[in-house]
Every structure is written in structure tokens, then in C-alpha cells.
Design a binder for this molecule. Structure first.
Ligand code: FES
Ligand code: FE
Length: 419
């Protein structure tokens, strides 16, 4: 029933009612209990290098503008004028001294203060208190390895607490370069007719789909043969990832100069710790609720599944590169990214078609009486430390192919929806 969306996920996350992917009431509650509560990704710091830089994005369905203020701080506000509400900032990103409303011309500075009101004296008779009006700001904003996150919940844990045991893995992915990573080529945006949880759970650890969905990509050499070796790991909080041994994801078949670079990073790490070197590149994963990544031998991409109703997402996608790389190497990574995982990339097409088909084939009333099974690998989960000998947190499947990460994702979903 609509009253209890949390009950759509069975204990342990072993079964999920199909209604969870369609019901308007469930979706409204997700916006309240997940997207207005969790730490959400806003963009990469290198998109906002100079004072006055801004970008627009969304948190759930709320329009948001992120600014780099005069004193170099990052702030994020609802991208909506306090007078009658239109978008203040209509460009995806840019640089400006102020945000001016197109409707009646109210102007805000990049700290969210209302600094200009046309006809203040004549029409408002000088009786309107400008200083009482401010843009609505997120409760908290923080960054980790250049990733900007924010939350609307003043009682939220810190970002570090929210990421919890996933932090050591994030360190391996984005902390492995002293120069840091930067976003190149702008943000790619497109739309997929599906529910946001479908791609999020897929990226969190669906190794099972590779040999079927992406069979043609193997044929054309965009990825290696699907292996049976690797790790599928999740931590508390619904975050998880999966990596093929040797970082084979998305192929060493098409070796580029960037691939050689990643091999050098692996070699450098191997001297310090052979086990840790196995975790570079990190693989494919999801940070709850809607940020996913793919860190492979040919490129690193971040993508966000922005909910637009139960049956639609806007995808935002970034290509990140090690800032220490030459322009030539950055370019090589960028090109491989576009070829396989950009909006028209091979992999993206394969997945997008299936995800749309899921939403279409299960949206009827009869389909929604049923549920999906997530029992693969139940009872076959072990501590990462015990299984790999590496001192890393989390739990992994005894077998590489498991639905342990998806269960963890839906347990987190259920926990938040119960509140
Ligand atoms: Fe923005 Fe009136 S709606 S100034
Ligand atoms: Fe896929």
C-alpha cells in the first residue's frame, strides 16, 4: 500500500516489490526521505575554479545553483527567486558577479543575499526590508577529493560519516594522484525513461549482466571477455562497487596511452602493497543514493541519476582525469569515455535500452503486484579482510557474481523510507 513503501523491500533486501519502481506515492516519499535527507553530489570542484563561477544542477527535483563566492567558498542555494520563483540561473555553468532574476529583476549576490530590488522606493515606498530575504541555502556542503556534496538535512551526519567505510575505497580511486583529479570536457546530459534505482543498483554491483547485455561490446573489442574473477564489495550505508581482477572493466582490448599510465600507477602501488594495487582502478560502483562511477583502464567517469518522476531520469556524466597527466593523455581518456560511456557510447546504449524496457514491461497494474528477486549469493558473504587479506572494510560475495550489493542498496533504501 502507499502507506508503507518501506515494506516493498523485504527483510535483508532479498525481494523488492515492483511497485517501488512505479508508484507516485513511493516516489514522493523518496524525494522527502532520501533526496531531501541524504548527502547528494553536486559537481566537481574543478568546474568552479574562480570566484564568480557557478553551476546549476538538481538535488532530487529541487533546482540548485552552486557558487564559488568572492572569498573562494562554495555555497549552494535553491535556484529559484524568492519573489515568484523562476530560475535565477538558466545556464548549466558560467561566471557572474550576481544572480539576476529574469522576471522582475531582483538581484542576489553569490552569497545568496538580496542586493537589488527595482522600484524599492517608488513601488515599495521604501518599506520593504531587503536584508530579510535570502536565497534558500542547503543545510550543509562539504567536499571530498574534489567532489562537492550537500544535504538539506541540518541533522545529517557529516559527509565523512555518511560515506563511512566507503572512504578508504574513495581514497584509492581519487586520492591516488597527488595532483588530484579534474573534470574535462564539460558535463554530458541526457535522459533515460527509467526509474533512478535501476541504474543505481546496476552500477552498485551487477556483474551478472555483462556477458548478456554487453556481449556485442566484447565482440568489437571494447571490453575484455567477461571474467569470473574479481571482488564485489559493499559497506554500510548502501554504497558498493565491483571490480574485475586486473581492472579489466571496459577492456584492456583497446589499449591507450592512458592504459599505460594506469599500469604505472598500479606498479607504483604494488611496490608498497601488492594487494592494494589490485584495487586500482577501482571498478564500477554506486554511492547511495544516486551517484555512480566507473574507474577503469581507459577512463574514469562519474554519473548521476537525477530523478524526474518514477519513470524518467536525467543523467549527468563527467569524465575525470588525473591533473598530472599531459593534455595528450587527458584527451585519450576523454575519447575512450565518449566512445564507450558517453551519451552515444556502446555500453550506455546497451544498458539504457534494457533499463527503459524494465520500466515499460513492469508498469502495468498486474506486473506491479509482483516483485523482483535479489537472493543471489545469500549466505555466501564474507568480510573483505578475511577473504582478501587486505585491511579494508566491508563485506563481499564469496563468488564474484552476486546480488549482495543490490541487497545492501535496498536495505539502505528501506531503512530511510521507514523513518
Ligand atoms: Fe524574481 Fe519577481 S520573480 S523578481
Ligand atoms: Fe552495463
Amino acid at each position: 500500500s502507499q502507506a508503507e513503501p518501506a515494506s516493498l523491500v523485504r527483510e535483508g533486501g532479498v525481494e523488492v516489490g515492483i511497485k517501488a519502481f512505479h508508484d507516485e506515492g513511493v516516489y514522493r516519499e523518496e524525494l522527502e526521505k532520501i533526496f531531501a535527507k541524504c548527502w547528494l553530489f553536486l559537481g566537481h570542484e574543478t568546474q568552479l575554479r574562480r570566484p564568480g563561477d557557478y553551476l546549476s544542477t538538481r538535488m532530487g527535483e529541487d533546482e540548485v545553483v552552486v557558487t564559488r563566492t568572492k572569498d573562494g567558498r562554495l555555497r549552494a542555494f535553491l535556484n529559484s527567486c524568492r519573489h515568484r520563483g523562476p530560475k535565477l540561473c538558466r545556464a548549466d555553468q558560467g561566471n557572474s558577479q550576481a544572480l539576476r532574476c529574469p522576471y522582475h529583476g531582483w538581484t542576489y549576490d553569490l552569497d545568496g543575499n538580496l542586493v537589488g530590488v527595482p522600484r524599492l522606493r517608488t513601488a515599495y515606498h521604501g518599506e520593504f526590508d531587503r536584508s530579510a530575504v535570502k536565497l534558500i541555502e542547503v543545510a550543509r556542503l562539504d567536499t571530498v577529493h574534489g567532489l562537492i556534496f550537500a544535504t538539506w538535512d541540518p541533522d545529517a551526519p557529516t559527509l565523512a560519516e555518511y560515506l563511512g567505510d566507503f572512504l578508504p575505497y574513495l581514497d584509492l580511486m581519487l586520492g591516488r594522484s597527488e595532483a588530484g583529479f579534474e573534470a574535462v570536457g564539460g558535463v554530458h546530459k541526457w535522459t533515460i525513461e527509467t526509474n533512478w534505482k535501476i541504474p543505481a543498483e546496476n552500477f552498485s554491483g551487477d556483474q551478472y549482466h555483462l556477458s548478456s547485455t554487453h556481449a556485442s561490446s566484447v565482440e568489437v573489442g571494447l571490453r575484455n571477455r567477461v571474467t569470473e574473477y574479481g571482488h564485489t564489495i559493499h559497506v554500510e550505508g548502501g554504497h558498493g562497487f565491483t571490480r574485475e581482477k586486473g581492472g579489466a572493466q571496459q577492456g584492456t582490448a583497446a589499449v591507450t596511452a592512458y592504459t599505460e599510465h594506469v599500469r604505472r600507477v598500479q606498479d607504483g602501488l604494488r611496490d608498497r602493497s601488492p594487494e592494494l594495487a589490485e584495487f586500482v582502478p577501482l571498478g564500477v560502483g554506486s554511492i547511495f543514493p544516486n551517484l555512480s562511477f566507473m574507474d577503469g583502464m581507459r577512463f574514469l567517469t562519474l554519473r548521476q541519476w537525477q530523478p524526474r518522476g518514477p519513470h524518467r531520469i536525467d543523467v549527468n556524466s563527467w569524465c575525470l582525469v588525473d591533473s598530472a597527466l599531459s593534455d595528450e593523455l587527458k584527451d585519450a581518456a576523454m575519447r575512450q569515455y565518449v566512445l564507450s560511456f558517453g551519451p552515444s557510447g556502446m555500453f550506455e546504449q546497451d544498458d539504457g535500452e534494457i533499463w527503459t524496457s524494465i520500466s515499460e514491461a513492469t508498469r502495468g497494474v498486474v506486473a506491479q503486484r509482483h516483485s523482483f528477486d535479489y537472493t543471489m549469493g545469500v549466505g555466501h558473504e564474507v568480510a573483505v579482510k578475511d577473504h582478501t587479506g587486505v585491511d579494508l572494510p566491508g563485506v563481499m560475495g564469496e563468488a564474484f557474481i552476486t546480488e549482495g550489493n543490490q541487497r545492501s542498496f535496498y536495505r539502505r533504501w528501506r531503512q530511510l523510507m521507514e523513518k
